[in-house]
Design a protein around this ligand. Structure first.
Ligand SMILES: [Zn+2]
Length: 432
C-alpha cells in the first residue's frame, strides 16, 4: 500500500483545494538534489533508480515522502535550507516516518488528489517564464506560520521524536554528519520562534522545535564518532547546492529579494546565476546574456548554463542561436526531457526544413520517458492531421478534459490508418 508521509504536515489545506500547488520540472534542480539525497536513500534501502525527486512550487518549509521512494520537497524549504547536509537531514526525518510506519488517515485520498492536481501542472521553469507567470513567493513567515498550525494535526509527539531518532541513525549509516538535523531545527526555531511562544504546550501533542532540538543534540552527543567530510568536500557540495538555490530564487522571488540576497558585489557563480535569471524575467535580455556567458566561460562543461542561453536567445527571437545553445546543452547532459522539450518548442517555432520532423522526434522521446501536456501539444503542432488529433486527445486527457479528449480521439480514429499506434491509442481514450 502506498503511504504518504508528511514533514510538518501542510498538504491538507494546500492540496485538497489545490489549484495553487505546482510541480517544478527542472533537470538541473532535480538532478542536483537527487545527488544530495542519494546516500540517505541508499541507507534507507531505496534502490538507486527508484528514488524520484519532485519539487513543489510553494513557499512552505516542508517536505514529505510518498510511497517510500518519491521525495517531495517544497521550494520554500529549499530557499531556506542553506546547506546540503541540512537538506539531507530533512529527508532522513521523512524517511524516518516511512520506516517507522507512521501513517496519517487521509493519506490515500490526498494521494489521488495530489497526483491529479500536481503532475498535470508540472512545468519547466524556463518555459514557465517564457509562457506564464510563476507565482511569486508569498513570504516565508506567512507560509511557516501556516505550517506550524497544520503540523499540530499531524504526527504525534512520539512519532516525531522517533522520526528524528531514525534520521540521526540514517545519517550515520549514510556516512553523513547527523548535525544536519541540528541545523534544520535551528532554522525552524528562528522561523517559528515568534509563533511558538504563543502556543500553550499543554494543549497540543506536537513537540516544539526547541524540544526536538534538545532531543537530537542529546542523541548525537551519545554517538561514539560522527561522520565528517573534508573541508574541500563540504565546500564543493555547498557550491553546487548554492547554484540550485540561486536558480530557484532567481525564478521564483522578486527582483528586490534577488538583489538583497545576491548584491552586485557578489561575483560567485550562484549570485551571477540568480541575477541573470532575474534579469531574463524582467526582460533585460542583454544583461542576462552577459551573466550567463560569464558562467559558460567559467564552466564550459555545464549543460544548464547553455540551457539558459537557449532560453534567452529564444526570447530574443534568435531561433538559430537558441537551437545551437539547446543542442550544446543536450550534448553535455544525458537524458534531459525538459531541455528536449525546450528545443522542440523552438524548432516548431522556427520551422525551417526538417525542423518539424526533428521536433516531432524529440516530443516522442519525451513522451516515452516523461510524458507532459506540453510535449503532446508540440507534437500536435508539428504532425500530420491524424497524429495531430491523437496528440491533442492525449493533451486534453492529461489535462483531465474528458470531453475534448474524446472529441479529438474520434477525429483521430477517422483519419488514422487502422491498426496504427494513433488508431489504437485513440481507441483507448474512447473506451474510458
Ligand atoms: Zn515529522
Amino acid at each position: 500500500m502506498k503511504r504518504i508521509m508528511l514533514f510538518f504536515l501542510t498538504i491538507i489545506g494546500l492540496l485538497c483545494n489545490a489549484n495553487g500547488a505546482t510541480l517544478i520540472n527542472d533537470t538541473e534542480v532535480e538532478y542536483g538534489i537527487t545527488e544530495i539525497i542519494k546516500p540517505i536513500a541508499k541507507a534507507a534501502n531505496i534502490p538507486e533508480n527508484r528514488l524520484k525527486i519532485y519539487i513543489i512550487n510553494d513557499d512552505s518549509f516542508n517536505a514529505f515522502v510518498r510511497g517510500g521512494e518519491d521525495v517531495f520537497i517544497y521550494t520554500g524549504l529549499l530557499k531556506q535550507i542553506k546547506s546540503p547536509n541540512a537538506l539531507r537531514a530533512v529527508v532522513a526525518h521523512e524517511l524516518g516516518h516511512t520506516i517507522g510506519g507512521h501513517m496519517i488517515q487521509i493519506a490515500d485520498k490526498m494521494q489521488a488528489e495530489m497526483m491529479r492536481t500536481m503532475i498535470i501542472q508540472a512545468l519547466g521553469i524556463g518555459l514557465m517564464v517564457a509562457g506564464g507567470n510563476p507565482s511569486a513567493g508569498a513570504g516565508v513567515l506567512a507560509g511557516s506560520a501556516g505550517v506550524a498550525q497544520q503540523s499540530m494535526l499531524s504526527f504525534s509527539r512520539d512519532e516525531e521524536r522517533m522520526a528524528d531518532d531514525l534520521a540521526v541513525d540514517l545519517m550515520v549509516k549514510a556516512n553523513e554528519d547527523p548535525n544536519g538535523l541540528i541545523e534544520v531545527f535551528q532554522q525552524m526555531h528562528d522561523i517559528q520562534g515568534a509563533f511558538e511562544t504563543r502556543i500553550n504546550p499543554n494543549r497540543i501533542n506536537h513537540p516544539l522545535t526547541s524540544e526536538r532540538l534538545n532531543n537530537a543534540k542529546t542523541k548525537i552527543g551519545k554517538l561514539k564518532n560522527t561522520p565528517k567530510k573534508s573541508k574541500n568536500q563540504i565546500a564543493k557540495e555547498k557550491t553546487n547546492y548554492d547554484i540550485l538555490r540561486a536558480k530557484l530564487i532567481g525564478y521564483l522571488d522578486t527582483d528586490k529579494t534577488v538583489l538583497t540576497l545576491y548584491p552586485y558585489k557578489d561575483k560567485s557563480d550562484a549570485a551571477i546565476y540568480a541575477r541573470a535569471i532575474a534579469n531574463m524575467r524582467a526582460g533585460n535580455l542583454g544583461t542576462a546574456k552577459t551573466g550567463i556567458q560569464t558562467l559558460i566561460k567559467r564552466h564550459p562543461k555545464s549543460p544548464y548554463f547553455y540551457e539558459m542561453l537557449g532560453d534567452i536567445e529564444y526570447q530574443y527571437g534568435h531561433y538559430d542561436d537558441s537551437v545551437d545553445a539547446y543542442k550544446q546543452s543536450l550534448t553535455l547532459s544525458n537524458n534531459a526531457p525538459q531541455i528536449e522539450t525546450a528545443l522542440a518548442v523552438v524548432l516548431a517555432e522556427r520551422n525551417k526544413s526538417g525542423d518539424k520532423e526533428h521536433a516531432g522526434e524529440l516530443c516522442r522521446r519525451v513522451i516515452l520517458n516523461e510524458p507532459s501536456p506540453l510535449a503532446y501539444w508540440i507534437l500536435a503542432r508539428v504532425s500530420d492531421s491524424a497524429t495531430s488529433d491523437w496528440a491533442m486527445a492525449e493533451f486534453y486527457k492529461m489535462n483531465k478534459d474528458e470531453k475534448n479528449a474524446k472529441k479529438y480521439a474520434k477525429l483521430a480514429r477517422k483519419k488514422a490508418k487502422k491498426g496504427s499506434p494513433e488508431y489504437i491509442k485513440s481507441g483507448d481514450i474512447l473506451k474510458k
